[in-house]
Structure formats: structure tokens, C-alpha cells
Design a protein around this ligand. Structure first.
Ligand SMILES: Nc1nc2c(ncn2[C@@H]2O[C@H](COP(=O)(O)OP(=O)(O)OP(=O)(O)O)[C@@H](O)[C@H]2O)c(=O)[nH]1
Ligand SMILES: [Zn+2]
Length: 355
């Protein structure tokens, strides 16, 4: 219903294509595809608000708001304003459950090719957090990878990466921004102009990694933060040119809620594969006879923590889906009421045009 809303002007002449490199409270920073004289900023960069049609679409569906990585069409107005009139269909969309605890989801980046889940080897990598972030990565439609940072401080880095790779149906790289370990493998992710989004908690070394990859200081590193109170240095998600492609770095995500069950099957490929052999197809892997998952824990094939993590995320995914269903029902009712009121006005008020 919401996606059917046409963007006025999409096919009109005079709209300029560009790529959104960051968004702050309803204003997008856009790099123009062709910037011959349209902007006096270096690199053809403009700041643009939402055009009228887009405002309506965003009202109906908050996901429609431009996000980092979006391909957009811009209108340049005679009074020097610039507005985003249309967002091109997205190839991939990285989202999370909104941090405010509501049922809404928050878009993190669009059109990303690879989502790299970044976690430090020191202190011990948090496997639950990796699983959470991988679920979002799989759900985005992009290719997931895991990057374990600070390998210079963990002698067992290679072994830990191999073990994690065995349970994570995706590549796992151990890297160090300090001594350069594994950076070539990470650089390869950017080959051919691909866009990589870094998803990880604050302090895991995302900014250091971007700086090490690009050989210059594109990002502020946390050690430089001024207040020393543990607030994030990186405040917005930004698209930067790196290693022949693009990187979306963002704020260290404190809460990383998943917003549906999407991506869980891939993230827990080891558990779902075992579950295929359970006697009951709706087995909860708790008490059922003939449960292949419990059997695998019994013979040491599966780590019980892994099953706990899986069950917790499945429950969270269902909960978010249920909350969203309730919200959608409420919004639909509200919309119907508005439409109904408008119709009543239209048919009860006297004709406006004199016939
Ligand atoms: N030894 C070692 N330390 C690292 C490495 N990468 C990052 N660090 C340190 O880890 C700390 C956090 O690094 P950042 O790059 O700022 O982390 P971040 O993920 O960008 O953090 P936010 O900007 O808060 O999201 C800094 O003190 C870095 O010097 C590494 O490969 N090896
Ligand atoms: Zn089972």
C-alpha cells in the first residue's frame, strides 16, 4: 500500500542523481553523480531536505526516508534550496530494531554489498553479540562477514577465527589495524567499488580499521575523544571512499535489537541443520524425545551457549514481529479514520465550483 505512492517527478527532466553519504535529522548530505556547476562545494556535495512527495511517503512508511547509501534524485530550486524527490529502489537495506524500544525499526544503510560484523578479540569476543549482528547482516540481503580485530593482542587469533567460521556460515577474518595482519583480506571485500558497512559495538576498532585500510585519518579514533566519558566519537553513519570501494562506518551500536526472525536461520546454520533431524518438525529443542539438537549438545558437537543464544534471539524476533503487527494495525485504523473523515467532509460540504 505504501510502496504504491508515486514519487512526483521521478521521470521528470531536471532531477539530478546523487548518493546519500550521511543523514542528520531530516537533512541528507548528497554527493552528486554529475556536479558540473550545480554545487560550489568541493566534490559536488549538497545538503538536501525532503521534497513534498517524499515527505508523504515517509509519513506512511518511515523506512522510505533517505538513508546513507541511498541513490536519490534531487531537485534544484530557483531559491537555491535542494530537495530529495525520489529514492531509487534499494538493492539491500540494513536495519535494526529502533533503540527507543518501540516496535519501529531504524534504517542503518542502503545498497551495501557486504555487512562486516566487527568484534574485538580482546577482551574475549562476545559471541551473542556477533550472532545478533550477523542476524541483521543476513536480513539485509548483503553478504555477511565477520572481522575480529586486535589480532596483535591475541596469540590464538587464527584458531578463534577458524572455530567461529566453522559455526558461522560466512567468512571470518582475524585482523590487526596496528600490525597490518589480515588487512589484505579485508581490502579485497572492497574490490570492484563495493560498499562495505561496519557493524559493531563502540571501541571494537572500526575507526582504526578504516584508517588502516585507507592509510590516512578519515575517522576519529576513540582514544582521541575529548570528554573521556565514554561517549561516542563517531556520531553519524558516513560513507567514505576506501580501498577502491566505499565504507559505511557508524556509531558504535550500544543496543542491537533484531527486528524479526529474518536472518536467524542463516546465522545459526549449524543449529538449523541439526534441527532438520529432530523427530518433530516443530521441536523446541527443550524436552522433546528424538531431538537432534539436544543429542548434539550431549555428545559435545554443539555448545549449549549457542543453543541458548539461538533461542533467545528467536524469542526476540517473534516479540518484535508481534509488536510491529500491533503497531501496523493501529496505524491502519488511524489512517482509515482520517480517510473516512476526509470522505465525509468531501460529500457533506457544498460543491466548491459552482455547479
Ligand atoms: N592493539 C590494538 N588496538 C586497537 C586495534 N584497533 C583499534 N585499537 C584500539 O581500540 C580502541 C578503540 O578503537 P576505535 O577504532 O576508536 O573503535 P571504534 O569501533 O571506531 O569505536 P567508536 O567510534 O566508539 O564506535 C582504540 O584505543 C584503538 O587504539 C588493533 O588492531 N590493535
Ligand atoms: Zn529438537
Amino acid at each position: 500500500m505504501t510502496s504504491a505512492r508515486p514519487f512526483p517527478g521521478t521521470f521528470h527532466d531536471g532531477l539530478e542523481p546523487g548518493v546519500v553519504v550521511r543523514v542528520d535529522r531530516g537533512v541528507a548530505t548528497v554527493v552528486l553523480a554529475d556536479h558540473s556547476g550545480l554545487s560550489d562545494q568541493p566534490g559536488g556535495v549538497v545538503r538536501a531536505g525532503w521534497g513534498g512527495g517524499l515527505l508523504g511517503a515517509v509519513h506512511d512508511d518511515p523506512d522510505a526516508a533517505p538513508t546513507t547509501g541511498d541513490r536519490v534524485r534531487l531537485r534544484f530550486w530557483p531559491d537555491a534550496r535542494v530537495t530529495v524527490e525520489a529514492v531509487e529502489p534499494r538493492r539491500t537495506l540494513l536495519t535494526r530494531a529502533d533503540a527507543d524500544g518501540s516496535a519501529r525499526r531504524q534504517t542503518l544503510a542502503a545498497n551495501v554489498d557486504v555487512v562486516a560484523v566487527v568484534e574485538g578479540l580482546v577482551p574475549d569476543p562476545d559471541r551473542n553479540r556477533i550472532a545478533r549482528l550477523l542476524t541483521l547482516a543476513w536480513a539485509s540481503g548483503a553478504q555477511p562477514v565477520v572481522i575480529l580485530t586486535k589480532a596483535d593482542r591475541e596469540p590464538e587469533a587464527a584458531r578463534i577465527a577458524t572455530e567461529l567460521e566453522a559455526v558461522s556460515a560466512c567468512p571470518v577474518h582475524a585482523v590487526s589495524s596496528t600490525d597490518g595482519t589480515g588487512l589484505d583480506e579485508v581490502r579485497a571485500l572492497f574490490a570492484g567499488g563495493r560498499t562495505v558497512a561496519l557493524l559493531g559495538a563502540s571501541g571494537v576498532g572500526k575507526s582504526s580499521l578504516v584508517n588502516a585500510l585507507s592509510g590516512e585519518n578519515v575517522m576519529h579514533v576513540s582514544a582521541l575523544r575529548r570528554d573521556g566519558k565514554g561517549r561516542h566519537t563517531t556520531v553519524t553513519r558516513e560513507l567514505h571512499a576506501v580501498a577502491g570501494g566505499w565504507v559505511v562506518d557508524g556509531p558504535g551500536l550500544r543496543s542491537v535489537g533484531i527486528n524479526s526472525g529474518l536472518g536467524l536461520q542463516e546465522t545459526f546454520a549449524d543449529v538449523t541443520e541439526l534441527a532438520a533431524s529432530c523427530r518433530f518438525s516443530d521441536c523446541t529443542h527443550a524436552v522433546e524425545p528424538g531431538c537432534a539438537v539436544i543429542a548434539a549438545i550431549g555428545n559435545g558437537e554443539l555448545d549449549p551457549d549457542r543453543l541458548d543464544s539461538f533461542r533467545a534471539l528467536v524469542a526476540e524476533g517473534f516479540r518484535q514481529e508481534a509488536r510491529r503487527d500491533v503497531r501496523l494495525r493501529h496505524e491502519e485504523l488511524r489512517r482509515r479514520k482520517v480517510t473516512h473523515k476526509a470522505l465525509r467532509r468531501q460529500y457533506q460540504e457544498p460543491p466548491q465550483h459552482g455547479f
